[in-house]
Design a binder for this molecule. Sequence first.
Ligand SMILES: [Zn+2]
Length: 404
Amino acid sequence: MQTPGTPWRVAYEATISDWHWASTYIYFSYSSTGPVKFDIYYDPNDDDAGHAAITCYGSTTTKVDVSSNTFHDPGSNNIRRAYAGHETGHSQSINHIAQEEGIVLMGFNPNPGIYYIPQLTDTSLVNQVYPYQRKDTMRKEIPWSIFDLFLILLILFLGAGLSSCYKEPIGKQIETTSTIESKTYTYSSYITAFSLQELAGRSDSIVQAKMTQFGEVFNSARDINEASKPDPRLFAVGQIYEFELQRSITNVFESFPSDSFLVVQSEGHIPINPGAEISEEDIRIAKAQDDHIPFEPGSEYILFLRKSITSSGIEPHFTGVAHPWRFLVYQGCIYPETPWEDAQYYFPVRPLDEFLAQIEKALASDSPIPTAGWPIPTLMPTSSRCAPYPHGPQPLPLSGTPYP
Ligand SMILES: [Zn+2]
C-alpha cells in the first residue's frame, strides 16, 4: 500500500474519494496523526476478503484499522474498488446490510459488474451514525488529492468534529454504557458462495469428517512479499483442527484424504507491535472479538475444502473455500455454520441424504458456476425430519426492512 500506483492503493484511493464525495458529513483527509489506517495483508487461510476493527473510548472513535486480504484479490479494478469501499464503510461504523436491500456496497454483491461506489442506502446509514450538525463548507476546505504526500498511512479525518462509535447502525438497538471504557468492534467481510455448485466448483475435496482435537495456533498471515514467512506486522490467528475422515465425497488428491487431516480456520487478528510477543491472552481476546464459530470436538461436518499454501514449519493443511464451507451433521441433517446470516436462504437445513444427492448432482453438472445471489431464494421451512440446530438459535430470517 505504500507504493503509489499498486492495484490496492489505487482501489483505496478511489474509494476514499467515493466516500469523501458521497452525501455524508464525513470527509477524508491525510494526516500523520489521524486514527485510521488502511492496509492490506495476505492470508490464504482466511475465508474473509477483509476486516475492519474500530476501537472506541465511550462513544468516541479512537482507532480504526481497515484491511483487505489480497489472497481474495478479485482481479478487477472495479470489484477491488467495491471491496475497498465496503471495508471503508465499516470504518464509519456501518455494519452489513441485509440481502433484501439489493444493490448496496455494505451488503452482498448481486452483480459485480454494476456497482462499486456507495449507494443511497449506504450513505443514509452513515448519516444516521454521523448526523448532520452544522452547515459549513468543510467539504471545500479540506484539500483532496495528492496521495504521495504521505507514503505509509492513509488517514481518515472525521469531519465537523463529529465522532461516533456504534457497532450497529441506528435502526437497530444501540448498546449504551454509563461508564466510559475502551472497546473494540470488529467486522469481517465474507467471501460467499450462493449455491452448492459454486461451493463444489471451488473445492479440491469435499468430505464428511469428525473433529477430533484442537491443534496449535500459528500466524496464518504471510509476509506480503514472501509467502513462506509470517507477516511481521499482523498476527492472524490460524487455529489448526484435527479431523478424522469418515467419507470422501470428492477429492482431487491421490494422497488425500488420509484417515486424519488438518483444517485451519482464521479466528482473529492482532496487530504486531515491534519487539512485543503475542501472548495467549492476546489470542484469547482476538478470538473473542472475531465472529468465527469454533469447531466442536466430537461433532461431524461436511467440509468444502481446498489445499492451503504450506508454510514452513506448518504441516500441510486444508481450509474453507467460501462461506458457508462447513455444515454440521446432526441427527441425520445438515446445518450450515457461518456468521453470514443470509446463508440460510441459499443453504437451508435439510436431511443429509438429500444434501449428499444434491452435492453429487452439483459435481456432475457442467454448467458454469453461478456467481450471482439475486434474486434471493424463498426461505425454505426446515424439514420436519430435522431437529433444531443443537448449538443455540440459528439467525432468524430477516423480515421487512430493518434499515430505513
Ligand atoms: Zn463487511
